[in-house]
Design a protein around this ligand. Structure first.
Ligand SMILES: NC(=O)c1ccc[n+]([C@@H]2O[C@H](COP(=O)([O-])OP(=O)(O)OC[C@H]3O[C@@H](n4cnc5c(N)ncnc54)[C@H](OP(=O)(O)O)[C@@H]3O)[C@@H](O)[C@H]2O)c1
Length: 291
């Protein structure tokens, strides 16, 4: 099968029917992919799938006539799910959307039937449904994009090996989940100090002040120049968080990162107004390998 649609309507299937599957299915159905089968272990999940117009089964063999199966299970269950699907036909496009590390995706690829796609979700399926952005790699990635992009899915093919998409997802999570963790530490500390409203407003004003790319540019450039004094400030922040009765997990790590940059980046190499790529290259070259 090429990236083009087959001559009959595409038959799609889901393994697992949690948050992702139940939010992606309606958009695909409304975009014309109405032949949908779901394998789900719990009766409540099968009822939900049936309520959305799918043929739901507790037997994975119900997916044997599918062209494409989307495995929407937790990362810890991806290999098990792939193994349980092993008897499905070798013509199947097996799309694993779970959040896993590259080695985990390669293990899932080994266990899965058919042609494997490592698909990583970069966003919230709850908020964006089937239009949530995905990156995809693996032998079936181009075919997956060819089949589903016409139905509104947003799929960027990033390579032909399983694990390449997974790596993008996980390194992106350093930032996105790190931001979430920063909110959790800073805002709880602010609440304990009785200043949450003011801090929340100030953080929002900071984030709203300029486009995100300009913020990255500004922060990385000034990081190279001012890491030493920021290390001192952040050490004080960490102490304040501790005084508020919280483990200063992130604020202490921030102080340590600032101190590392100050110690390792030669100031004479910080010239002009480096953009993101130049600033990151200088940091990368200066940091060397850990420790
Ligand atoms: N939700 C999002 O917006 C989002 C965003 C990015 C990435 N992701 C990733 O996408 C994947 C799916 O997320 P989700 O939010 O849909 O998870 P979820 O709500 O926890 O649903 C997972 C589903 O997988 C089923 N399942 C678990 N183990 C299974 C197995 N061995 N065989 C068959 N089915 C199994 C569960 O069924 P049981 O109830 O029977 O266990 C459940 O229906 C995860 O890896 C998640 O990290 C999700």
């Amino acid at each position: 099968m090429s990236g083009a649609l087959p001559h009959r309507p595409l038959r799609i299937g889901f393994i697992g029917f949690g948050e992702v599957a139940s939010h992606v299915l309606p958009g695909l159905r409304d975009a014309g992919l109405t032949d949908i089968a779901v394998y789900a272990r719990r009766p409540e999940a099968r009822d939900r799938a049936a309520g959305l117009g799918a043929a739901a089964s507790s037997d994975i063999a119900a997916l044997a006539d599918r062209d494409v199966v989307l495995a929407c299970v937790p990362g810890s269950a991806a290999v098990d799910a792939a193994r349980s699907a092993a008897a499905l036909p070798s013509t199947l496009l097996y799309v694993d959307v779970s959040s896993l590390d590259p080695a985990g995706k390669r293990a899932a690829a080994e266990a899965a039937p058919g042609v494997f796609v490592d698909a990583a979700i970069l966003g919230s399926a709850v908020e964006r449904g089937h239009r949530v952005p995905l990156v995809a790699s693996g032998p079936g990635a181009a075919r997956f994009a060819g089949l589903f992009a016409p139905h509104g899915m947003v799929i960027e093919v990033v390579g032909d090996r399983p694990g390449e998409a997974a790596a993008i997802k996980l390194v992106r999570s350093v930032f996105v989940k790190g931001l979430e963790a920063l909110y959790a530490e800073a805002f709880v500390a602010a609440r304990r100090l009785g200043v949450l409203d003011t801090v929340e407003a100030s953080v929002a004003e900071f984030l709203d002040a300029r486009p995100a790319r300009d913020t990255a540019d500004m922060l990385l450039r000034s990081h190279l120049l001012h890491a030493a004094r920021r290390a001192e400030e952040c050490a004080l922040s960490a102490r304040l968080v501790a005084d508020a009765g919280l483990d200063p997990l992130l604020s202490a790590a921030t102080a340590a990162l600032m101190a590392r940059t100050a110690a390792r980046v030669p100031q004479e190499k910080v010239r002009g107004r480096p953009g993101v790529a130049q600033a990151v290259a200088l940091l990368d070259e200066s940091l060397g390998d850990n420790p």
